[in-house]
Design a protein around this ligand. Sequence first.
Ligand code: ZN
Length: 145
Amino acid sequence: METITHSVFERGRSILGRLPHGKDLLKTIEEFCAQNSIQTGVFSIIGSVMSATLGSYDQNQQVYVTFKKEEPLEIVHCTGNVSLKDGKVAVHAHAVLADIDGQTIGGHIFSETVVYAGEIYIQELLGKPLEREYDDTTGLPLWRL
Ligand code: ZN
């Protein structure tokens, strides 16, 4: 029977930070993790964005379908993880965003998603770094475990 393939990690640094105004959300996290030698970790964010690019994975076509919102949106919930892809830090994040009326949209976050203000909690995880590799079944870069 299939089970959850997994690795076990130790807790590393617990980091609280403020995201920079006007910068791309994913690139900011990737740069921070690269500069601070965080190869594996999880994070969550609350805050707001000035614009967002979100998407969903079309499982039949095995491609991401994206859409862009050019308006202020609240980050109701954003969660993600940090691992390595082709030896470089790769951030994977999902978010639920709300407009001024509280109507929500959500999905996989892409660049450009521009931060207005944001508070991030990063939990570094220590152990053998997680690497992504192409998965034939899904067409996705999944963790090699
Ligand atoms: Zn995703």
